[in-house]
Design a protein around this ligand. Sequence first.
Ligand code: FAD
Ligand code: NAP
Length: 458
Amino acid sequence: MSILGTDQRPLRVAIVGAGPAGFYVAEVLFKHDLNIKVDMFEKLPAPFGLVRYGVAPDHEKIKNVIKIYEKTASHPQFSFFGHVNVGVDISVLELRRFYDATIFCYGAELDKHLGIEGEGLKGSHTATEFVGWYNGHPRFRDQVFDLQCEAAVVVGQGNVAMDVARILCSTADELSKTDICQHALDVLAKSRIKEVHVYGRRGPVQAAFTPLEIREMGQLSNAYPVVDPKDLELNQASLLELEGAADAVRKKNLEILRSFTNVPPNSSRRKFVLHFKRSPVQIIGKNQVEKVKFEINELTGEPHQQSVKGTGQFEDIECGVFFTSIGYAGVPMQGLPFSPKGIVPNDHGRILADGKAIQGSYVSGWIQHGASGVIGTNKIVAEETVGSLMKDLAQLAPCEAPSTEEVVKLLKSRSIELITFIDWKKIDAYEIMIGLRCGKPREKITRVSQMIFIARDP
Ligand code: FAD
Ligand code: NAP
């Protein structure tokens, strides 16, 4: 039997990343009848990953999941070390010296690009930049979005594209009651956008959004949905895709899209238009986005594996602002293997190098399986990863230096301004207090230096 996990020698686990994956991994670890010490490292001063910096401000209820993470953080064997960039401030090798196991849960931060001409033009953005900006991510705080044009184009038909479109269609009054950052609200309040066009390269049956999110687009106070009935005509393979019991979501989506074809125009509201079977081929403009050229596609292939084939027919749409929302990939971390799929290669959460498991190294969340799935999906994945660790426990070699004090000493010697969970709660309380003054759930602090200042303020 392993000595690790006993009162004489607690199992020491480092978790890298304080998003849903990291917190679920900690929660699942603490459910085991073992003595486990968990230290969580997060590169930002604030925990909760995309729950704080991704989830849309008007989806406040979803953020209630933070209460569960706070419960985990209150466990006596849990420590949070915010503002520590693993791979930069402390290496993967160093973590191995201090921990018996390290579980990497650092998400998938890289936004995918289309690789077409004009993507670098002024007015062309990724959803990551826009979402990060309105949600106060320090990296995107100073992005500039000019919304003084009449039409916006969004490419991609996942739920992130729906978030982007919904925020662009919402009124300042609606947004002002959310935790959207004031700098973003100021710009959105002056928006002159009248039309938001969302493009998918495949058909309505293949769209990645889910019924709740697409239905919401038909219930906005200041926008109405538009779908061309011709776009909802289906080929044989798409009809077959609707037949399986697992395809209920697609069927529901189609039903909602069909209901959008009957919505009467309303010139006093913004127009939310969905387009299908169109791939962007060029963003056109002198210095600034002026229009986007799309090729019209046909679907080809077997049901559930349909891809697109260009028809050689093209159409343009005029717009002043353009967003790509076509998914995310992980970034390589110094000291860890990396797969071209944008994840850390693994077998049930065990990190693999040249096909062999690296002793004591695990991965969970988006960096394990790719950027798909909702918050709760990460709980299922966490159970799998922790399950693998528990199976390996008897073979795990104890680390060389089992001491959190030593880790803290090392980081301090590197002048890292550590943010503990108590520090974070000070920042949290400050944000809530500032928010209350203007009727919002919170006003986020968007500068790392200011967060540290608040945390240090006696
Ligand atoms: P993340 O949430 O990205 O957490 C990773 C953490 O690791 C981050 O805090 C990051 O700062 C940290 N990190 C990165 N690199 C390092 C490093 N080198 N050192 C230390 N820390 C590091 N799901 C829903 O159910 N509902 C929604 O409404 C919803 N909205 C979404 C909106 C957007 C824009 C996006 C992109 C996703 C949304 N999702 C939503 C999906 C959900 O957010 C993800 O399933 C979930 O966040 C993935 O968890 P994760 O912990 O793997 O990654
Ligand atoms: P996603 O669901 O994978 O959607 C990506 C979209 O981009 C798809 O429509 C995809 O079309 C399209 N796309 C990819 N490459 C393209 C290209 N080269 N050209 C044109 N289109 C391209 O990704 P996401 O929207 O970023 O969401 C990530 C995950 O977070 C999802 O699981 C999502 O459900 C979740 N999320 C949930 C919520 C919520 O629950 N409210 C909110 C936000 C995000 P193809 O299918 O043709 O590839």
